[in-house]
Design a protein around this ligand. Structure first.
Ligand SMILES: Nc1ncnc2c1ncn2[C@@H]1O[C@H](COP(=O)(O)OP(=O)(O)OP(=O)(O)O)[C@@H](O)[C@H]1O
Ligand SMILES: [Mg+2]
Length: 260
C-alpha cells in the first residue's frame, strides 16, 4: 500500500520548547488512524504538518509522496481534506450550506465558468446528500445546529475527493444523538470503497468510529504507543498517556474507558 504520510524524527519548537518531539510515524493509504492524547500533547500541531500548513522545526515530512520542504504547497493542499474548529470559524455565518461545500472546489480548479459550475454544483449536492444535509443546502451555515455544522465541515473536506482526510475533533461538543449519528456516518465512510486514508484526532476512545484501524497515542509531544487499534487502545497504554489508572473495554469495534 502506498504511504500517504511519513514523518521522520519530526520536532516542532514553539517559544523555545518542543511541542512535538522526535516523532516518526508512517500512515499507509488503506489505514484509518485515531490520534489520542491529553490537552497540549501536540495532536493539532501534528495534524497541521500532515495538512501541509506547518513545517517541522527539524526532521522531515513526506505527504502524498511529496517532500514538505521541497514541494509546491498549492499543488499539495487540494489533495488533502482538513476539517477543524479553527477552519470552521473562518466560514462566514451567512454563507449557504451549498456554498460552504462548493467553495472547496475552487481551490482545486482555480477557475469558475458555466461548465465547471454545473459539475461542481452537482458534486456538492451529491456530497451533501451523502452526509444527510441535502435538505439544508439553502440554509445559512450560522443557522445550523452544532451537529449539522460538523457534518457540513466534513462534507466540505471530502468535496475535493482527497487522498488524505484529516479531522480534528469532529465530534467535540455534540450531544449523544448527534455524536452517534456522526460516528455512524464516519464509520460508513471509512469502510466504503475508495475512501481515503483518514487521521482523526479525538479526546475520547468512545469517539473512535467502527472501521478505524490504527491509533497513535501522544503525550507531551512524544509518541507513547502507535499501531493497530486493538494493540494500542489498551488500559496500560492509555494509563501511560493520560497519567491515570484507566481500564478499557471493547465491544463490536467500539471502545469505552474509565478510571479504576
Ligand atoms: N503558536 C504557538 N506558540 C506557542 N505555543 C504553541 C503554539 N501553538 C501551539 N503551542 C503549544 O503547543 C502545544 C501543543 O499544542 P496542540 O494544539 O498541538 O495540542 P493538542 O494536543 O491539539 O491539544 P488540545 O487537545 O487541547 O487540542 C500546547 O502546549 C500549545 O500551547
Ligand atoms: Mg488540538
Amino acid at each position: 500500500m502506498p504511504t500517504v504520510l511519513q514523518l521522520t524524527d519530526v520536532s516542532v519548537v514553539r517559544d523555545g520548547s518542543p511541542v512535538v518531539d522526535s516523532v516518526s510515524w508512517t500512515v499507509d493509504s488503506d489505514e484509518r488512524w485515531v490520534v489520542l492524547g491529553p490537552n497540549g500533547a501536540g495532536k493539532t500541531t501534528i495534524l497541521q504538518i500532515a495538512a501541509a500548513q506547518t513545517h517541522p522545526s527539524s526532521g522531515s515530512a513526506e505527504i502524498l509522496g511529496e517532500d514538505l520542504g521541497k514541494s509546491d504547497l498549492f499543488d499539495l493542499r487540494p489533495r488533502i481534506g482538513f476539517a477543524s474548529t479553527t477552519l470552521a470559524r473562518r466560514i462566514p455565518p451567512k454563507e449557504t450550506v451549498l456554498d460552504v461545500v462548493l467553495t472547496a472546489a475552487y481551490s482545486v480548479t482555480g477557475r469558475w465558468n458555466e461548465e465547471y459550475e454545473n459539475v461542481d454544483v452537482r458534486r456538492a449536492q451529491r456530497v451533501l446528500d451523502e452526509w444527510k444535509l441535502g435538505h439544508l443546502a439553502d440554509r445559512t451555515f450560522g443557522g445550523l445546529s452544532d451537529g449539522e455544522q460538523k457534518r457540513v465541515q466534513i462534507a466540505r473536506s471530502v468535496m475535493t475527493d482527497p487522498e488524505l482526510l484529516l479531522l480534528d475533533e469532529p465530534a467535540a461538543s455534540l450531544d449523544l444523538g448527534a455524536r452517534e449519528e456522526l460516528l455512524r456516518m464516519l464509520g460508513g465512510y471509512a469502510s466504503s470503497k475508495g475512501s481515503p486514508a483518514i487521521i482523526m484526532v479525538t479526546h475520547h476512545v468512545e469517539e473512535i468510529p467502527q472501521g478505524f484501524t490504527h491509533a497513535l497515542l501522544l503525550a507531551q509531544g512524544r509518541i507513547v504507543a502507535s499501531g493497530p487499534l486493538d494493540e494500542v487502545v489498551t488500559g496500560t497504554a492509555l494509563s501511560d498517556t493520560f497519567g491515570l489508572d484507566l481500564a478499557v473495554t471493547e465491544s463490536d469495534g467500539r471502545f469505552t474507558a474509565r478510571a479504576h
